[in-house]
Ligand binder design. Structure first.
Ligand code: NAP
Length: 449
């Protein structure tokens, strides 16, 4: 670890990237230098900002003498590097170079952490360098430090979050206006919530990167994005949203990490939540993370999950915290190590998860259909929590109206908690039944703890 700085010598900060977040961080470090120095208890100085194009227009005009294209030289000169370039390379090589030299790093780069988090934590542990990444999950929301520090004397059993604002905006639009997925996506792009290529958001990859980080910190294990089961929201239809609403549910893309006696399951998928669940009320592009710990019980963290200015708040929180540590001298870095309990927590396949399914299917309009469906569930050890047959069946549960004959009878089942493998086998068997015309939608359900 870097030796403690004397109070006379400013702590040299190097910034890699000056885009949406980086430009705001540069502004805070230049315009707010006196305030940040007083929060640290020692002078700090932004010594350089590495970018690709020094002439490019920026949200805040960075003094020309700070801009450079030589990121490596900046890494070698600084006491603290703030990495806000994004992507895997060259960010990964630069961050590793800094850490191996014992230089502290603050980053918001979830994509990098989700594939190289274990290696980078290891490099930091070996050199004693500090590595912080609060902004990588939930933007402005302080969620990683509470997990790493405030709850370090407790045992976290589950973390469940809306960690991608783009998909939450799209699902919220579909829920509140009845819009189809692609119309809601176009609106999100028009408002700047979704990128021109929205794949990383809508297919769940961004949320999966954050699930890997949350799982690694919550369960002290070096998980990466390959340990996360991932389904996005592009197949969620307006009919799914409408049917969910009719049953008192809302559909959210959740990142869920949970631990059982055998290991941990990390997953991202569209999920039905009862409208009374705390996460159901998270609207628009906001984020929220729900944490369950043995002694603390349930906690929820809510706020802006993206945006240059909100995210710069989390970056600056890490910068001040790290700068204080560098100023006060060596101490066990501890809090970012994800490898210490790795012997005891391994990633399990999603088949091992225990969850509830919502199954919406169209069935034949003849007697005995419901009994046949119920038998398939029972054969797979899956019991039914509730069953709805919207507008097409008699009170004894059998299809009997002319309307049902014309459009087929819809049956919506919510199962009790069961093993994912049994639930997915149930759906496969149902699909193969003669009496089942189609399985329209299968979604997992999370109920209040
Ligand atoms: P951005 O707007 O795309 O900015 C990237 C910056 O990095 C640009 O200034 C770019 O230089 C510079 N850069 C990229 N490649 C470079 C290279 N090879 N050499 C030198 N400079 C290079 O990104 P952002 O939105 O600020 O996000 C930065 C990081 O924060 C990402 O990891 C992102 O995931 C994370 N984050 C962002 C948000 C958010 O709301 N935006 C929220 C949470 C976390 P030029 O300007 O010259 O092109």
């Amino acid at each position: 670890m870097s030796a403690a700085k004397s109070t006379a010598e400013p702590l040299k900060i190097g910034l890699l990237g000056a885009g949406n977040v980086g430009a705001q961080v540069a502004r805070t470090l230049v315009e707010g230098r006196a305030l940040i120095s007083s929060r640290v208890g020692a002078p700090v100085k932004l010594i350089g900002v590495a970018v690709r194009d020094v002439e490019a227009p920026r949200d805040w005009k960075i003094p020309g003498e700070l801009l450079t294209t030589d990121a490596e030289a900046l890494v070698d000169e600084a006491d603290l590097i703030i990495e806000l370039m994004g992507g895997i390379e060259p960010a990964g090589t630069l961050v590793e170079r800094a850490l191996r030299a014992g230089t502290a790093v603050v980053t918001g780069n979830k994509a990098l952490l989700a594939v190289q988090g274990g290696k980078l934590s290891q490099a930091a542990a070996e050199s004693g360098a500090l590595l912080r990444f609060e902004a990588a999950v939930g933007g402005a929301i302080p969620i990683l430090r509470p997990i790493q520090e405030s709850l370090s004397g407790d045992r976290i059993t589950k973390v469940m979050g809306i960690v991608n604002g783009t998909t939450n905006y799209i699902l919220d639009q579909m829920d509140s206006t009845g819009a189809a997925f692609y119309d809601a996506l176009l609106e999100a792009q028009r408002l700047g919530y979704a990128e021109a290529d929205p794949t990383a958001d809508v297919e769940g990859h961004d949320a999966a990167a954050k699930a890997a980080i949350l799982g690694a910190l919550a369960f002290h294990a070096p998980f990466d994005i390959h340990d996360v089961y991932c389904e996005g929201i592009s197949s969620v239809t307006a009919e799914d949203i409408e049917a969910a609403a009719a049953s008192g549910y809302v559909i959210k893309l959740l990142a869920i990490v949970e631990k059982n006696d055998d290991g941990a399951i990390l997953r991202v998928h569209p999920t039905l939540l009862p409208r009374t669940h705390p996460l159901a009320s998270v609207r628009g592009a906001f984020n929220a993370v729900f944490v369950v710990a043995e002694n603390a019980g349930e906690l929820m963290f809510y706020g802006q999950g993206a945006g240059g200015l909100p995210t710069s708040s989390a970056i600056m929180g890490d910068v001040v915290s790290v700068a204080r540590r560098l100023h006060s001298g060596p101490e066990h870095p501890g809090t970012t190590d994800t490898s210490s309990d790795s012997q005891s927590v391994r990633a399990l396949p999603v088949d091992e998860a225990h969850t509830q399914y919502y199954i919406d299917m169209e069935v034949a309009d003849r007697e005995g259909v419901i009994a046949e469906v119920a038998r398939v569930l029972a054969d797979h050890h899956v019991s039914i929590e509730s069953m709805r047959q919207p507008g097409s069946v008699s009170s004894d549960g059998e299809v009997d109206t002319e309307a049902a004959r014309e459009r087929g009878a819809v049956v919506q089942i919510v199962t009790h908690l069961a093993k994912e493998k049994d639930l997915s086998d149930t759906v496969s068997t149902l699909r193969a039944l003669d009496v089942v015309k189609s399985v329209n939608s299968v979604l997992r359900v999370e109920v209040e703890q």
